[in-house]
Design a protein around this ligand. Structure first.
Ligand code: SF4
Length: 321
């Protein structure tokens, strides 16, 4: 939960999640939709899926216990070297290093590590250093202290070297170039995507939501029926086409297509994609003749049910416009 999210933001999610799934067993027994709903708002849904799959694997292969052998723990879905070190050092005080963004920054400055951290050769150097500096006494606390030092003192810009307990041994500080470490890596290319989404409302206030495909971005999560705008295509025309398809498959009045009105644009940035979604709305005057559909899966949903569906932030932004 904490990757790319601040602790203060995560705490209520964490408490809610543990309230709902207090044990590996409870998480393993849960439906994926319920896990995604509890994760909703945190983004990066693949982590929630991996957490769920990992719990099932622990339940099946280890009787619901977290294995303490690093190789066995590392074989669980979604658990890489960093997570193995974090779990085993924090929970069982085992002497295993960790390397997250904060630790990378501290070590890179402390030892003036050349080379961008996203390169395999630099990673190897950094893992070696993370292991070298690790004490035998309270390694779990040491790992956490190193992460906290990176988060609060050795900050990305403006490290507070005067308050740093490592200032006497910091090579970056001595050379007066600490802030030039870690070396910059490759920039991720962002793909800009323009879309339309259609908000169809029933007289009782419910709106139509559709489940996204099982593959690709936000797999299996819910959103308003949407489509990508091709180059040169007018969003309004595409929205009408989407609306006409919905009207046909749900047995709604055909004149809904003509009632479609634009109600704004929702922007959402993922790690390497940016969605600009033009939202259009139409209000149905009567209930649909064919309420649900299975391909793609669609449902009329009341606002009070949103919590249970695991709506991603991108969908919420468009719905709330
Ligand atoms: S002395 Fe400054 S640059 Fe070096 S580790 Fe401490 S805060 Fe970071």
């Amino acid at each position: 939960m904490l990757q790319q999210t601040r602790v203060s933001v995560v705490i209520p999610y964490y408490e809610r999640f543990l309230g709902r799934f207090p044990t590996v067993h409870a998480l393993a027994a849960a439906e994926e939709d319920d896990v995604l709903a509890a994760w909703s708002g945190l983004g990066f849904y693949r982590r929630a899926r991996n957490l769920h799959a990992g719990a099932r694997q622990m339940e099946q292969d280890h009787g619901g216990e977290v294995p303490r052998d690093p190789a066995e723990l590392g074989a669980i879905k979604g658990i890489g070297r960093y997570t193995v070190g974090a779990i085993l050092s924090a929970a069982f005080d085992m002497r295993l290093p960790i390397l997250d963004g904060n630790v990378i920054r501290v070590l890179s400055r402390l030892f003036r590590v050349d080379g961008p951290p996203d390169r395999a050769a630099t990673q190897k150097v950094l893992w070696g250093l993370a292991e070298d500096v690790l004490p035998t006494h309270r390694p779990g606390d040491f790992n956490q202290a190193l992460m906290d030092l990176g988060a609060t003192v050795c900050k990305p810009s403006g490290p507070i070297c005067a308050a740093c307990p490592l200032s006497d041994v910091c090579e970056g500080l001595a050379a007066e170039d600490a802030e030039s470490f870690p070396r910059p890596g490759r920039k991720q290319k962002v793909r800009f995507v323009e879309r339309v989404a259609v908000r169809l409302r029933l007289p009782d206030g419910r709106i139509l939501l559709e489940r996204r495909p099982a593959r690709g971005l936000l797999p299996n999560l819910w959103e308003m029926p949407a489509a990508e705008v091709s180059e040169g295509e007018a969003p309004g025309g595409l929205a009408r086409a989407v609306c006409a398809r919905l009207v046909r498959s749900h047995g709604l009045a055909a004149d809904l297509v003509d009632d479609l009105v634009p109600c704004g644009v929702a922007e959402h940035r993922f790690s390497h994609r940016h969605w600009t979604t033009h939202v259009f709305e139409a209000q149905a005057l009567a209930a649909p003749a064919a309420p649900e559909s299975s391909k793609p899966e669609r449902r009329w949903v009341a606002i009070s049910e949103f919590e249970d569906l695991g709506l991603p932030t991108a969908s919420r932004k468009a719905i709330e416009l």
